[in-house]
Design a protein around this ligand. Structure first.
Ligand code: ATP
Ligand code: MG
Length: 451
């Protein structure tokens, strides 16, 4: 749709133009109340867990140079080949124009920022983010074009204990949210030299079975044969199952690293299973890779994926440093919460102000401001159309009820004349009058009765 077609009127002769409604972009969702309460709750849980694990927040731009993702993710990944939203910016005075992309993931951006700000100068850093990502995929349940990730990255640490820590962190987060039946799958991709040997064996194996390969696999055979293992084509499952396993090509050091990760997970009572075909979608991983998977969401069952990426920082132009991280999909996690009927607290005011006379609004609103300063969540009645004043008590109480508040604060002329307000419980119980002069007592009363 062009800009002008958005503004086109349906009736060009009418004096008043009729505007066509504008819709959101396909695969990009609005998050509106009450659903947004679930998002805010999840964000609070994330912040609270990150705080306890001493991971610090990092925020990077949504737009980056396209080259960052080409270098970071690998040229032959699905994301870079066909899923990025990329464009050429307007040329500057010298005639040069930037090639920019909406970020499809955030590890590359974090690594760029860490390098640019030399954050590793005094040792490793533990970072996290919550942010929107963009991929031009086919929209379906659990797969959108703008989606959100919570991610954690530990940069500048080489040991297997940090692989284990970051997996335990993801596990702690899923526990904090109350999620059940999520399994943890592990694999090790070893080091580049080990992968090279395995790659040769893999190509030889798939070449020997060339007739059984689908089009996708044939295309990947020489560019990215590892990805064939992660095929979703049922007809290729048996072939992928029998393929040479990377784990059999690992040297002593890689194996030791992997075993230590497993030992720490065991000591923490976190169950895991090895999936030798787990390779992850992005090129930059080495050693430990992992996914948290549920069977409750159909085909989009991977809720969290990550691994070690010791060569990415150097690849993006930084001083070589090891790193490990993960990202989980917020939409999928929220969907799973719904699926498992895990209740999330609704957002309701504690009190709803019912006001008889418009003339008393200045006084009433001054009281409400003080109550809010004292920590009370108050919603004030306001009519859609003020021609009839504020509306009858009956209609105001209907609104008060619908708001979910526990109390109505009734500001009638008699109460106000006495310097009081009536506190009426909306879910049964006796009403009382309290003095407006003692805001702390009023606030305490409103809050004391809340569970
Ligand atoms: P998938 O195999 O489902 O396509 P992926 O390997 O592409 O996932 P990552 O790049 O590892 O996913 O991203 C981490 C997490 O982000 C995924 O596990 C998933 O929960 C979420 N995710 C990825 N792509 C999307 C999307 N298009 N819509 C919603 N969530 C997504
Ligand atoms: Mg994907």
């Amino acid at each position: 749709m062009t800009v002008s077609s958005i503004n086109e009127t349906e009736s060009p002769v009418a004096a008043k133009p009729v505007f066509k409604p504008v819709h959101a972009v396909r695969g990009m969702n609005d998050i509106v109340p009450p659903e947004s309460a679930r998002w805010e709750w999840l964000e609070e849980q994330v912040r609270s867990v990150m705080q306890r694990w001493a991971y610090r927040n990092i925020r990077t731009p949504v737009l980056e140079h396209t080259g960052l993702f080409v270098r970071g993710l690998g040229e032959v990944t699905d994301i870079v080949e066909k899923e990025m939203y990329s464009f050429t910016d307007r040329a500057d005075k010298t005639g040069d124009a930037d090639h920019l992309s909406l970020r499809p993931e955030n590890t590359a951006g974090v690594v760029r920022a860490v390098t640019e700000h030399n954050l590793l100068y005094d040792g490793g850093k533990r970072l996290y983010y919550m942010a929107p990502m963009f991929r031009r995929e086919r929209p379906q349940r659990g797969r959108y074009r703008q989606f959100h990730q919570v991610g954690a990255e530990a940069l500048g640490f080489a040991g297997p204990e940090v692989d284990a820590e970051i997996i335990l962190l993801a596990h702690a987060l899923l526990q904090q949210l109350g999620l059940r039946d999520v399994r943890l799958e592990l694999n090790s991709l070893g080091q580049p030299a080990e992968r090279l040997q395995h790659r040769a064996a893999l190509i030889a194996y798939f070449e020997a079975h060339k007739d059984e390969l689908d089009e996708d696999a044939r295309r990947r055979l020489h560019s990215n044969p590892l990805r064939i293992l992660d095929t979703k084509n049922p007809a290729m499952q048996a072939l992928a199952q029998q393929a040479p396993k990377l784990l059999d090509y690992l040297g002593e050091q890689s194996l030791k690293h992997f075993e230590q990760v497993q030992a720490i997970l065991d000591a923490n009572g976190v169950a895991w299973q090895i999936n030798p075909r787990l390779v992850r979608g992005l090129d930059y991983y080495n050693l430990t890779v992992f996914e948290f998977i549920t069977d409750a969401l159909g085909a989009q069952g991977t809720i969290c994926g990550g691994g070690r990426y010791d060569y990415l920082i150097e690849q993006i132009g930084g001083k070589p440093a090891p790193a490990v991280g993960w990202a989980f999909g917020v939409e999928r996690v929220l969907e799973l919460l719904k699926e498992q009927q895990i209740a999330v607290p609704a957002q309701v005011p504690q009190a709803y102000a019912v006001v008889a006379e418009p003339a008393s609004l200045p006084q009433v609103m001054a009281v409400l401001t003080q109550l809010r300063q004292a920590g009370v969540a108050v919603q004030m009645h306001a009519p859609a159309d003020s021609a009839q004043g504020l509306g009858s008590f009956k209609s105001q109480f209907k609104r008060a009820d619908a708001s979910g508040a526990a109390w109505a604060l009734v500001f009638g002329p008699d109460e106000l004349a006495r310097g009081e307000v009536t506190l009426k419980p909306l879910r049964g119980g006796e009403q009382t009058q309290l003095a407006l002069a003692d805001i702390p007592a009023l606030a305490a009363r409103i809050q004391s009765s809340l569970g």
